[in-house]
Design a protein around this ligand. Structure first.
Ligand code: ADP
Ligand code: TPW
Length: 594
């Protein structure tokens, strides 16, 4: 328990804070007291949270200083959205809520996109923002950075709380942790008005007011009937398929999932952030025959994956609708997810670990693996597609295209399967997802459910800070621009992050022309031949300008081996991409033409 009267701590602080602390202490000389600042820090530490991602300013600058003095890791960003994204990624990787700390109104709003995105992705995080005085905000009297933050945050996250009294900080943080982690994980907003931080209370009572959250994500055992229903359906399938989503990656039930796949012998498809739960080179992976298995499967077992737009809502041509309806089994912790898009024949509600192990236990010794006709047909398509892909990857065009650049990165990831792979862009994302194999769980972080640009540097910082492993961030040049300034953060903390910018001079491509003839360039076009590598050099990192696959390979290998912050400006043919990558059909103009 920290206390405002501890001399050692006071000495570690800025002299101004130390003076303030001393004056508070002088007022109550006999009693050891604590304050709002320390209660927040102690409550987080009590719950095993040792890292804060944030950006200082009134009223939380001192909180970041004190947290550091109290032994917490404080990672300070250049923009709150990236601190928020880092917190979300930390939540996904660790099953502990990632903490993002911001100032009021504008800082809060900057963090809010990340909070909403975390909630959409089912990642646990807590956005803690300082806020103005309630009395002034509620009467709209124009306080410094006035905003009713709690009201604004509420519809965009899983839960939102405000703490007004120091003695309630323990409860506030406990509720935030529980809300973020229990059931379907998500983002939580915690509003801490400036006045709260300087409130004092007796240290012993303060300590007693804190709560160590017990079992914040309790196992949720599926009902025996639901497991039986699912197994019966799976047993009767002629062309079964398992679909693994990022919920399965989050759940850290890796051994159970592997057992389910291998004992059933059922082919599986990983969604992008579930890649590596089993190595992408696994013989049961049907990723290289994706369209075939989605169309042909008769029974599909979804494990922590939603039938949202990323899976064409479970219907239509992608799912071979003309060949008759499919039957779905869905494992999810959120009962209301079931039937959200199509009828689910066999819902299995519970945590993935419990559900999957119950299914495995129910397989019995005489489980019949899927018919060879099905697995053989998949293998045939896979072989054909993989050998076609191998040919494309072997080509060395000049300038580089997405494939030749990614073939080099694919090889590096094969050599360092423990590296974290961060990925955003349109073509850069779509091609990397299918070309770069992942070998270990939770090594791929990307644009997620929204397909949002701007996660790149925040996710990279979190991945490096949390795991200490090399990070390889493969970024479209547009995508990189959303968080590019955080290369300074990467340099400041000397993180082992290698950013590779696929520079094709624009959004999707660099070839659009302004049809009007006025001097402005087209909306999708950037400054040609930009040198993103110089940005990393500006902060003391390594910048490399790579125009060939060999140059890219050498620079990447050096970056991974040295662990030095590196940015490789990989020059990609500006004609190589397609509009919106693989989701061209979602563009209104394209859709109308169809
Ligand atoms: P993807 O985009 O990879 O298809 P989604 O984000 O759509 O994955 O789906 C993840 C699903 O996993 C969500 O419906 C969520 O409720 C579920 N989920 C998350 N964690 C768990 C867990 N521990 N146990 C069961 N389901 C979970
Ligand atoms: C927050 C819309 C989707 S993909 C993309 C944008 C702007 C960039 C594509 O160009 P990039 O990649 O990165 O150069 P590439 O490989 O095709 O050359 N704002 C937000 N999120 C999204 N998704 C967009 C805009 C978009």
């Amino acid at each position: 328990m920290s206390s405002v009267t501890t001399d050692k701590q006071a000495a570690a602080l800025d002299p101004a804070i130390a003076r303030a602390i001393k004056s508070i202490a002088d007022e109550t000389p006999e009693q050891e007291t604590t304050d709002g600042f320390h209660l927040v820090i102690d409550a987080l530490k009590l719950n095993g949270i040792d890292t804060i991602f944030g950006l200082p300013g009134i009223p939380i600058t001192d909180l970041t200083r004190m947290a550091q003095a109290e032994g917490m890791r404080v990672i300070s960003f250049r923009h709150e959205q990236h601190a928020g994204n880092a917190a979300a990624a930390a939540g996904f990787l660790t099953q502990k809520p990632g903490i993002c700390l911001t100032v009021s109104a504008p800082g809060f709003l900057n963090g809010l996109t990340a909070l909403a995105n975390a909630t959409t992705n089912c990642f646990p995080m807590i956005l803690i923002s300082g806020s103005s005085e309630r009395e002034i905000v509620d009467l709209q009297q124009g306080d410094y950075e006035e905003m009713d933050q709690l009201a604004i945050a509420k519809p965009l996250c899983k839960a939102a709380f405000r703490v007004l009294h120091a003695q309630d900080i323990g409860v506030g943080i406990a509720r935030a942790i529980r809300a973020a982690l229990s059931g379907r994980p998500g983002g939580v907003y915690l509003d801490l008005p400036a006045k709260l931080f300087s409130q004092t209370m007796e240290a012993k009572a303060g300590k007693a007011s804190l709560i160590k959250v017990v079992d914040p994500a309790p196992r949720q055992i599926p009902s025996a009937e639901s497991v039986k229903r699912a197994l019966d359906l799976l047993k009767g399938a002629k062309r079964p398929l398992i679909l693994l989503g990022k919920g399965a990656a989050y759940a850290q039930a890796d051994a159970d999932i592997r057992a389910l796949v291998e004992k059933t012998g059922i082919p599986y498809l990983p969604m992008s952030m579930a890649k590596g739960l089993l190595p992408d080179t696994h013989e049961q992976s049907a990723a290289a025959a994706r369209s075939y298995v989605l169309q042909e499967a008769d029974v599909v077992l979804l494990v922590g994956a939603r039938l949202n737009w990323l899976l064409s809502h479970g219907k239509g041509k992608t799912w071979g609708a003309e060949k008759g309806p499919k039957k779905f089994i869905q494992i999810d912790i959120a009962p209301t997810e079931i039937d959200s898009n199509v009828a689910i024949e066999a819902p299995v509600i519970g945590d993935i670990g419990s559900c999957v192990s119950a299914l495995v236990a129910g397989l019995g010794s005489n489980w019949a693996k899927p018919p060879a006709e099905w697995t053989g047909a998949i293998a045939e398509r896979k072989d054909k597609n993989l050998s076609k892909m191998a040919q494309t990857l072997a080509a060395r065009p000049s300038p580089m295209n997405f494939h030749s650049a990614l073939s080099v990165i694919r090889e590096q990831v094969r050599q360092r399967p423990d590296a974290i792979f961060v990925n955003e862009g349109a073509n850069t994302l779509d091609f990397a997802r299918s070309i770069v194999d992942m070998y270990e769980p939770r090594k791929r972080l990307d644009v997620g459910t929204w397909g949002i640009m701007g996660i790149g540097m925040g996710f990279s910082v979190a991945a490096a800070v949390i795991t200490g492993k090399p990070v390889i961030a493969v970024e479209g040049d547009s995508a990189f621009g959303f968080s590019g300034m955080e290369v300074e953060t990467i340099c400041r903390y000397n993180l082992p992050v290698c950013v590779i910018v696929f520079n094709n001079n624009g959004v999707y491509r660099g070839t659009d022309v302004n049809p009007s003839g006025t001097p402005d360039v087209a909306p999708t076009v950037f400054v040609k031949n930009a040198r993103y590598d110089k940005l990393m050099e500006a902060f003391g990192g390594v910048g490399v300008h790579a125009t060939t696959a060999d140059e890219l390979q050498k620079a990447l290998a050096e970056a991974v081996a040295s662990g030095r912050p590196t940015l490789i400006n990989a020059v990609i043919d500006e004609t190589a991409g397609t509009e919106s990558g693989r989701i061209t059909s979602l563009n209104p103009a394209t859709a109308k033409k169809k």
